[in-house]
Design a protein around this ligand. Sequence first.
Ligand code: ADP
Length: 499
Amino acid sequence: NGSSDSVSESCIKIPTIKFSKLFINGQYVDSISGKTFETIDPRTGDVIARIAEGDKEDIDLAVKAARHAFDNGPWPRMSGTARGRIMMKFADLIDQNIEELAALDTVDAGKLFSFGKAFEIPSAANSLRYYAGAADKIHGEVLKMSRELQGYTLREPIGVVGHIIPWNFPSPMFFMKVSPSLAAGCTMVIKPAEQTPISALFYAHLAKLAGIPDGVLNVITGYGPTAGAAIASHMDIDKVSFTGSTEIGRQVMKAAAASNLKSISLELGGKSPLLIFDDADASKAADLALFGILSNKGEICVASSRVYVQEGIYDEFVKKLVVKVKAWVVGDPFDPKVRQGPQVDKKQFDKILSYIEHGKREGATLLTGGKPLYEKGYYIEPTIFTDVKEDMLIAKDEIFGPVMSLMKFTSVDEAIKRANDTTYGLAAGIVTKDLDVANTVSRSIRAGIIWINCYLAFDEDCPVGGYKMSGFGKDLGLDALYKYLQVKSVVTPIYNSTW
Ligand code: ADP
């Protein structure tokens, strides 16, 4: 790879970790058990901080605070304009701390610092602004009743929300969930992933500074089977918004059903296809394919992990791909030349390497990569397999790493059929100049977002979320706001005397 020297010591910057306790009812507190857990720097494997380990009892306290704030506090009762103003202030405070927040996510998750600074942290602030602008536009409808009745609907906040967040985008995911639920007037308990708890605790501090009332936004750091499970099965949480693996999503759904039938939304795994047609520019298509699978080291639920290339362009595409992947620099995510940092932790690192071994054993051809890099840290070479068949594990399972499965196809119909040959349905990409092909394919693929001649093109106003076993319920856009609202119908006779 481009950077063959080891991770340069000069690049290592560890910001001070200022917040490491649970945030309940506006205060930072130790966990009831007094336990803490380590969070590590994936560039080195070293411990960077010890964080309070919340458990069921801490979730109970946080839910009590959130319930009180919902039932009695000002947040759900204040005007949308007033909530929006506080959210705007929250966004400005994020802007004032962009570098520090980006650095925290870099040391906690191995994310590219430059990308965090330019996109991820600003997108967190912009998500607050987007929903702040919607907070004063939440209203119901006047109904056309067929009898002499007057009917209208109210959109009310759903109540206390539990947000369970994954580790791959600690800041954007936090705000994808928190911003619309704040705008709706909900109160909440947020559980960041145990691998990446640091920035969420910092955001709690900024929320308080911005004027979000105590109890509205609580952050409980801790593990999934304990703190996470306590949220999913809590009797006093009205809704859970979960992003993570399909396996855990299923458990969250079971726990919701077995407890109080709380409303849930699940954004789960993916195995998204990118379809490249003969008329594409091979060089641009190769750039897009690498961007789709190697961005954020492949730790993206919508990663383009299955790349289908039409036979007429296949050889040229592969040639370009090999040249480009050689120039793809893997290394310290603080280094501006670097395009790919370390995997989030040892567990993911081992899991990805074992999938690579599996791919070799299954008979796929290793075109590039396949090995770990450097003595320290969880770096893996960009890895491309060719001769992949749909029934191989590497083509079916979400690997969540820098591993591309490359496949050849002949016709448009075949491409659609094979792209849909997956239990998932999160995203898909199409590269073609032919409008008919783009229109046909985008309508035929069963996935929640289709990118034509682009990939990973996210926007605050553009909903994302799964079809099939990738889950249900959207993040982003106004659809996400409606997840946190419920419709109440109010009916009264027009003439009281006639009823
Ligand atoms: P991954 O496999 O990518 O780590 P997970 O689905 O395990 O994804 O984790 C996503 C989030 O779900 C994390 O915040 C994690 O702590 C939480 N989680 C894990 N297990 C459970 C569970 N049994 N109940 C609720 N939340 C859980």
